[in-house]
Design a protein around this ligand. Structure first.
Ligand code: SF4
Length: 211
């Protein structure tokens, strides 16, 4: 069970995922924004994992967060959760499927899908993304997925099948690297396939270049 493995990982010292920090507490588990870890006594307390869904929805300026991997989670909250099940649920609201994806990849049950495969199976208005050139793809991914401002996931897919993403900085495709740059004992936060937002950006790139 994923929750049992998550509990074991926390016992082993893992205490972060993306912008989040978590720890066992006297009443269960505590989940918070990593940047607030030294000021949790000033944070607003929530007690339901469903509160995570609302917290993750908007950034601190009130803007909707369509891509959950963007490093712009609001601060000033702490979730006090009674059990590992609720912690797992809350983590999924912040970073959908992140823990399950890593565990599946680690066990060889999930594999990266190259960008070409993702783009070539698009239909309708996104079919045109199949025309994205390799150079365009590399430039697009370097900018749209950069960890310092766009997305904290670690990219394991390349442009073509069986090619590693060697056009990216090595750190961006290394699951052992903390993408926030803080060298924490963090759970890997993987990207095994280009997301819908990147596909949409690929469409924009192709459209612009064909004008
Ligand atoms: S393709 Fe992956 S790394 Fe890039 S923005 Fe989407 S989820 Fe993040």
């Amino acid at each position: 069970m994923i929750k049992d493995e998550l509990a074991r990982l926390i016992t082993d010292g893992y205490n972060a995922l993306g912008e989040l920090g978590f720890a066992e507490s006297s009443t269960g588990y505590r989940l918070y924004h990593w940047a607030d870890r030294n000021s949790l006594n000033q944070a607003r307390i929530y007690r339901s994992p469903k509160d995570a869904r609302e917290i993750a929805k908007y950034d601190s300026s009130g803007a909707y967060r369509p891509l959950k991997g963007v490093p712009n989670l609001p601060r000033g909250w702490v979730l006090e959760l009674p059990n590992i099940n609720d912690l797992k649920t809350a983590l999924d609201f912040f970073y959908p499927g992140a823990v399950a994806t890593w565990l599946a990849f680690r066990e060889g049950k999930a594999q990266p899908v190259c960008l070409r495969q993702t783009l070539n199976r698009q239909t309708g208005m996104y079919r045109v993304t199949g025309k994205l050139t390799d150079d365009q793809a590399q430039s697009l991914v370097k900018e749209a997925c950069r960890s310092d401002s766009r997305c904290l996931r670690t990219i394991l897919w390349g442009i073509e099948a069986d090619h590693p993403p060697d056009f990216l900085p090595a750190s961006k495709s290394d699951p052992t690297v903390d993408q926030t740059g803080q060298s924490r004992t963090t759970l890997p936060f993987l990207c095994l396939e280009a997301c819908n937002l990147l596909v949409a950006a690929a469409r924009t790139t192709v459209k612009k270049s064909s004008r």
